[in-house]
Design a protein around this ligand. Sequence first.
Ligand code: ADP
Ligand code: MG
Length: 238
Amino acid sequence: MASVELRQVRKAYGALPVIHGVSLAIEDGEFVALVGPSGCGKSTLLRMIAGLEEITAGEVIIDNAVVNELTPRERNIAMVFQSYALYPHMTVAENMGFNLRLSGTPKPVIAERVAEAARMLDLMPLLDRKPAQLSGGQRQRVAMGRAIVRNPAVFLFDEPLSNLDAKLRVQMRAEIKQLHQKVGTTSIYVTHDQIEAMTLADRIVVLNQGKVEQEGTPMELYKKPANLFVAAFIGSPA
Ligand code: ADP
Ligand code: MG
């Protein structure tokens, strides 16, 4: 687990500024939802934390160390996307262990970690299947399993449930919550779904056009939205 801090982080794509000086402090073990309308910069911010996108200015700090120059692997962060990008020719177990194999982890250790994650995610009976033989929800669980086996310091989620139907989304939301209660890994969860944010997060950060509009617990944002934008987004009367 780890704390994550952003200090005056900025991003421009060419001449186009999209993140305008965002500062945030996320505690060890906290579950923070990052919400805001499409195009406001959520994915860009997450990718900068992960090290997948260069930072134009400012600092990303993980466990009190500036990580701007570190690769994604060195940051020990796992990211879960909406497209699970599983390898179709590999079994569930092989998919889950793939990153560990790349980093040279011994086979028995991989098997142990995969089994542990599979038990946590109810994937034990599915370990020998191929992705094509799984439902959407099961695939999403495999994608989470692949992240968990690496024992990352931080989980980043980028709208992981947006491709699932409404019923499955509610079920997976509960599973993600349980998972966080079990492993307690610091999590930053991007969503444009305020209900998802309200039910999952200890704290919500509302982003609008590359700036933080407000941050607080779900109740604080609901009861005391700082402005009309937050009120409209969180769905409470202003
Ligand atoms: P969100 O995830 O909140 O929908 P993004 O972070 O994807 O928002 O995008 C923020 C802004 O940056 C948008 O205006 C988008 O068009 C722009 N953008 C994102 N990625 C790139 C890129 N690779 N090149 C140029 N502009 C980009
Ligand atoms: Mg996005």
